[in-house]
Design a protein around this ligand. Structure first.
Ligand SMILES: *Cc1c(COP(=O)(O)O)cnc(C)c1O
Length: 432
């Protein structure tokens, strides 16, 4: 079987919450000294999302309206066999990839954007705010808000705003209001600009602006596109669909792979399988792939740290490179976060997840090879997972093992061709 499609009534009816099955208790968020960050969370976040963040219910019903929208945007997404890549590598391994790039915005992010916009609207929120770096999350939230009939304000890191005119255009097309961050629209933005009028901006600054904007009005809430547990929860439709698709294909996965930024595509696609590993029912290997330029899981410390650069958030127990860490501007902008989702951090610490790093030069080479064998051009973030998949398939060739490898194809690269362009020109090493 080269393509496993499910019908639209096979969209999962529930999200899977791994909080119910963690092998040890998840360390709770903490206030930093002298501050009360936790009690202000309801003024910042959508209420139901906060409830889900701390819920220990194993399955949470997907609201009918959200499930219908999942169907309308093309869920379930197909699972493809990478036959061309297998032949090119001459590997006995079987490679399957889950096509999250088929979403209208080109990545998995819409799965959580729709849920968050839905709960915002239901609570009476009239406008959501957020930050975006590479632009994938801002695009997804813009579409979700438009579908739900609420307003959306996106603070886009200034350098991306200037370098990615097409992303900007797409968000505006979906009726979002866009500010290059730092902006004059918030007090904190003004202070950043006063310090350095030519600052390129950062995700940390953009988060501060989006949060300040949300706090300014009770009809406005802030949303986040990854890192938090409720975001991963919404993404678990991916993994549950893969489970059904592998049953159809009569396959058992030996190795499962996804890239990690904040952890939402990894957790969303693999938590339903990790559940079985925690119970001792399977010895599937789970590989989390990160850039060597931002090696959070492989070289970070497992300790309490802030989620943002400014220290506005409560402290979270996670793998972190330190909240002041600024990753070099690798092209995979979605993988530049200093921290990691707390559930993924815990499962890595307990030995259930195997993290690896890959180098920027190698990921684009892998992406190009994949595009030439399979046709689809992976997003730079997705290229990390593809590189690790190729490495595993080549290992199978050496050992002559017919393993089944499943990779989550988190998004396509058609809006991020700059990285490929730089790679093809042989200028990656010099690029800033
Ligand atoms: C945002 C993004 C990622 C990384 O983010 P996670 O939260 O780790 O999923 C990976 N791939 C694509 C295409 C993205 O847009």
């Amino acid at each position: 079987m080269y393509r496993i499609e499910l019908s639209s009534d096979e969209v999962p009816k529930k999200w899977y919450n791994i909080n119910a099955d963690l092998p040890v208790e998840l360390p709770a968020p903490k206030n930093s000294e002298g501050k009360d960050q936790i009690s202000t969370l309801p003024d910042i976040f959508v209420e139901e999302c906060l409830n889900q963040e701390f819920s220990t219910e194993r399955y949470i019903t997907i609201p009918k309206e959200v499930r219908e929208l999942y169907q309308r945007i093309g869920r379930p997404t197909p699972l493809y066999r990478a036959k061309g890549l297998e032949e090119k590598l001459n590997t006995p391994a079987k490679i399957y990839y889950k096509r999250e790039d088929t979403s209208p915005t080109g990545s998995h992010k819409l799965n959580s954007a729709i849920a968050q916009a839905y709960y915002a609207k239901k609570q009476g929120v009239e406008r959501v705010t957020t930050e975006t770096g590479a632009g994938q999350w801002g695009t997804a939230l813009s579409l979700a808000s438009s579908l739900m009939g609420i307003d959306c304000t996106v603070y886009m890191v200034r350098i991306s705003y200037e370098q990615k005119p097409f992303r900007k255009g797409v968000m505006q097309l979906y009726n979002s209001t866009l500010y290059p961050s730092p902006s004059e629209n918030t007090e904190v933005g003004k202070s950043f600009l006063k310090e350095d009028p030519n600052t390129p901006g950062s995700l940390g600054m953009a988060i501060s602006e989006a949060v300040e904007d949300a706090l300014s009005d009770d009809k406005v809430r802030y949303t986040l596109g990854s890192v938090l547990n409720h975001v991963i929860l919404h993404q678990t439709v991916i993994g549950q669909e893969i489970q059904t698709q592998l049953e159809v294909a009569e396959e058992e996965p030996d190795t499962m792979i996804a890239c990690v930024g904040g952890g939402s595509n990894f957790g969303g696609s693999l938590f339903p399988f990790l559940k079985e590993k925690i119970k001792g029912n399977t010895d599937t290997e789970f590989i989390a792939v990160e850039p060597s330029a931002c090696p959070t899981l492989t070289q970070g410390e497992y300790s309490y740290d802030f989620g943002d650069n400014m220290g506005f958030t409560p402290l979270l127990k996670m793998y972190t490179l330190g909240h002041n860490f600024v990753a070099p501007s690798v092209h995979a902008g979605g993988l530049r976060y200093h921290g990691m989702n707390t559930q993924i951090s815990l499962l890595t610490h307990e030995g259930y997840i195997n993290p690896v790093t890959v180098h920027q030069e190698d990921i684009f080479r892998a992406g190009q090879l994949f595009a030439n064998c399979e046709g689809v051009i992976p997003a730079p973030e997705t290229c990390h997972a593809i590189k690790a998949t190729i490495d595993q398939a080549l290992k199978c060739k050496e050992t002559d093992e017919e393993k089944t490898i499943v990779v989550n194809f988190s998004g396509h690269g058609l809006m991020d061709l700059k990285g490929y362009e730089t790679f093809i020109a042989g200028e990656l090493e010099n690029a800033k």
